[in-house]
Design a protein around this ligand. Structure first.
Ligand code: PXP
Length: 242
């Protein structure tokens, strides 16, 4: 079945909003694992607006699945990841003023630098994915960098205003996933997925992992985390291509 990575950043967002000790994203992550999460994703942003270094360190010690560390490919973050290697690392673009990760990495324009970063992280035993838009040139460039995994950005699909636009973005995801697979890349997808749109993405062969945060946290406010993770897993299972 397609794996579900649960992103816990938004629990830290709530904590940081008040400068409190609660709610704790680590406790949340452990509960998400008990509820069926296959991995835990956190984005250690340069501005530390939600997840803090101590959260990642605790997750590395306490989780029983995999920690997927999202980060910008900056020298400081690379040094940090090498000092505290997670199982997986997803390289994402970062802009200080953005609300969330708004676009995919421009691998084409930064191919040389990214190749170096990917190799460095892989040599440290970290599985590296590149978060990219489902564009042929970006997928080929990701392959050229030596990445073994790409995470296709589903944000544009999620934000589509009508059926026509939505179908266009879905087709781009299908084509992108197919090409990445042909090139020998493992295909993940994520961003903006929720309980009403995840089915269409789960149906795309050969996607093997979805990373979802905001929708799960938002639903859990009403239903509790067990139900929120369980229902998402069930939707993915029911509509999965495999
Ligand atoms: N994947 C990546 C690479 C992301 O940056 C994010 C957002 O942090 C997600 C998945 C999860 O997005 P959402 O919170 O919209 O589910």
């Amino acid at each position: 079945m397609i794996k579900l990575g649960v992103n816990v950043d938004h629990i830290a967002t709530l904590r940081e909003a008040r400068g409190e000790r609660y709610p704790d994203p680590v406790a949340w992550a452990l509960e998400a694992e008990r509820s069926g999460a296959d991995s835990i994703t956190v984005h250690l942003r340069e501005d530390r607006r939600h997840i803090q270094e101590r959260d990642v360190l605790a997750l590395l010690e306490m989780t029983q699945t995999r920690v997927n560390l999202e980060m910008a490919a900056t020298p400081a973050m690379i040094a940090w990841a090498l000092a505290h290697p997670p199982a997986d690392c997803c390289l994402v673009p970062e802009k200080r003023e953005e609300l969330t990760t708004e676009g995919g990495l421009d691998v084409v324009s930064h191919a040389e630098r990214l190749r170096e970063v990917v190799q460095t992280l892989i040599q440290a035993g970290i599985e590296v994915s590149l978060f990219i838009d489902p564009l042929e040139r970006q997928i080929r460039a990701a392959k050229g960098c030596g990445a073994r995994v790409v995470e296709l950005h589903t944000g544009r699909f999620a934000e589509a205003r009508d059926r026509h636009e939505r179908e266009g973005h879905l087709e781009a995801l299908r084509q992108g996933a197919g090409l990445a697979h042909e090139l020998g890349l493992r295909v993940h997808a994520g961003h903006g997925l929720h309980y009403h749109n995840v089915m269409a993405v789960a149906a795309i062969a050969p996607i093997v992992e979805l990373n979802i945060g905001h929708a799960i946290v938002s639903r859990a406010v009403f239903t509790g985390l067990g139900e929120a993770v369980g229902t998402m897993k069930a939707l993915i299972r029911t509509h999965s291509w495999k």
